[in-house]
Design a binder for this molecule. Sequence first.
Ligand code: C2O
Ligand code: CU
Length: 483
Amino acid sequence: KLGALAGGSLLLPAGWERIGYAQTVPNKFTLPFRRPPVLQPVRSDAQTDYYEITMRKAQVEILPGKLSEIWSYNGITPGPTIIQRVGRQSVVRFINNTLGRPTSTHLHGMASLPQYDGYAEDLIFPGYYKDYYYPNNRAATIWYHDHAIHHTARNVYMGLAGMYIVQDQTELDLPLPKGEYDVPLIIQDKQFATNGKLIFDDQGEKSQFGDVIVVNGIPWPRMEVARRKYRFRALNGSISRSYQLSLSTGDPLIVIGTDAGLKPAPVAVQSFRFGMAERYEFVIDFSKYPIGTQIVLKNTSPKNNEDYSGRTNAIMRFDVVRDATDDSSIPSQLRTFTPLLASQAVRTREFRYERTNGLWVTNGKVWDANRVDAAPQFGDIEIWRLYNNSGGWFHPIHLHLIDCQILDRNGKAPFPYEVGWKDVFYVGENESVRVIGKFGPNTGKYMQHCHNTVHEDHDMMNQFEVLQNSLASQSGNIGQDPI
Ligand code: C2O
Ligand code: CU
């Protein structure tokens, strides 16, 4: 409304649209797609690659012709992508340079030792750095982001997030699309003031929504594609927005991966629900479309999460512009997969997520670093029932350290696209999700929380402690099948 009032007499440059907050944004699908750069190690030895990432403020052009201050990894958002191999270790030095605030870096989806996991209260203060050791124990699309206690949402929103891809030889030997046809899509929503300043407004500790969709930091980009198959690694890097992704052609997305790596088998879906911090990998085969075809990656999330403008109903566009050879294919079996059975579990725990007296609570409690809410023995298989009886809110629940499988969702089989190993579980309104996992490969305290990071900050987070027992000295890729 504001935009319409202010906009009547002002001429806009071609290709610009006036929206709320008297703000202008580029028209959808005008800016070229790009990928975050891949970070090179500063040195390597026989087992380890050493990386350096500086956390600093930077001024970058997100809306054309305007500068926005971001809080960045190496001056960009998303930060650079790290690509690593199973069998090699990474050491990443996170240097807190000009941010002026403490940080803690979590590599989401990595079974790091507790001291390298980005525990929310294990802060790197301005002027300090910390070296994080990462074991790269299995192939998956994961991501690093800030986890500072009570400030995670703002820090991530302002830019502190990046992708981290772990590969292994078994996966590389599959005929899936590779190289330039293996594409990261970090999807976020942002809100800008007229002058380009990023607006963080969590609406009274509830949620941060933006009306500008960015993919890899570009508003509604346009990606030129060839007539062949592409593998997309999608990460919902938003603070509070979930998406329902589909293609404007009505053709299916072939989902091949979940949070913790490839699915057992590909599954074609018309659309899928995509909560914060989840990763889904899918293949689109553009070979059936003639050159000149434009395909929009749509968001049809039913409520569109409080956006009434319709701007968030599109993510990006693929423009088919050329022919290309394609020797890739999608195997009918992607990995060896053994379902964990409810009968293997030694116990079930219950976690209830709700808003009570203006607080985001788990089983009625807020975060307390001195309290441990679950203490599984190393190697135990447990069922955790995550549920949400409160209307109006959904909570994507993340467990650090372990990968789990969904046993059932409201008593029914999980959605076909979420079958596989996962570390984030979408608990929708009035949903009850039973997940099963094996506790290891490390002992110690790890967090569990809602990945609406506004909820996490205020204070829908708790911790579990994996207790040492005689099994704990055995090493191995616990919780995952060897591929
Ligand atoms: Cu992606 Cu504890 O977070
Ligand atoms: Cu939540």
